[in-house]
Design a protein around this ligand. Structure first.
Ligand code: SF4
Ligand code: FES
Length: 238
């Protein structure tokens, strides 16, 4: 072991990894798959969803692999009964509050962890009206798992636009623009990066959404184009 590396045991195998590496990095290096939802390689890990939890030294609490650093000589189990139960419960809670119909990766996790879709029969799905306030994309926050990825790419992780934030609390929490202004009034530059990192179909290009609605070519043109700003007659700007 050099000063720059850490040795640990992962699922019974001794591994050596660069100091500061996360447990998710270590698992990837060892070819072990750990499920993630809020984590995305293009965004800063935020440890929000907890689906990636693993058992470190049979500690009191499980550790989120996407943010927890590898500790020297620790024994990590990426999948045991405790880990599976925890992941299953997270999936069941998500399924009880969010429409996951367009989240195939999370649906696959539900199947893999034998999550019970009827585990919380008294729970209520979050209710939001689909937001169609610009020619480029729609937002359906009923399908949002609050992973924060879109907010992050819109902010310091990529675009530095800061068009998105969170509003309300608890079950009513939702991604939104500041003061709920329309996307065209916000600083949004319609780069599309938020759509690219969304894991659930909550954010969707208007063209895709229009096709799903059965729009014809004329309607598509009308609904996805923005009127050009015209220069005033004297041509000296706005
Ligand atoms: S809209 Fe998509 S990317 Fe943004 S927080 Fe919700 S699920 Fe995550
Ligand atoms: S993927 Fe690690 S906490 Fe969400």
């Amino acid at each position: 072991m050099t000063d720059d590396t850490t040795k640990l045991t992962l699922d019974g195998e001794q591994i050596e990894i660069a100091k500061g590496a996360t447990l998710l990095d270590a698992a990837a290096a060892a070819g072990v798959d750990i499920p993630v939802i809020c984590y995305h390689e293009a965004t800063s890990p935020n440890g929000l969803c907890r689906i990636c939890v693993v058992d470190v030294d049979e500690g009191r609490v499980l550790q989120p692999a996407c943010v927890a650093e590898c500790q020297a000589d620790s024994k990590v189990q990426t999948r045991n009964e405790r880990v599976e139960r925890s992941r299953r419960t997270i999936l069941e809670m998500l399924n009880a509050s969010v429409n996951l119909n367009e989240a195939p990766e999370i649906q696959a996790m539900m199947e893999e962890y034998a999550a019970d879709e009827a585990r919380f029969p008294d729970a209520h799905l979050r209710e939001h009206t689909l937001i169609d306030d610009n020619p480029f994309y729609v937002r359906d926050y009923e399908q949002c798992v609050l992973c924060w990825r879109c907010v992050q790419v819109c902010a310091e992780d990529a675009q530095f636009t800061f068009a998105l934030t969170l509003k309300n609390r608890g079950h009513e929490t939702s991604v939104a623009t500041a003061f709920d202004i329309t996307m065209t009034e916000s600083p949004c530059v319609f780069c599309g990066q938020c759509i690219g990192v969304c894991p659930t179909g909550a954010l969707k290009p208007k063209v895709q959404w229009g096709m799903e609605q059965g729009w014809g070519a004329d309607e598509m043109r009308q609904m996805t184009r923005r009127e050009r700003k015209r220069r005033p007659e004297n041509g000296d700007g706005e």
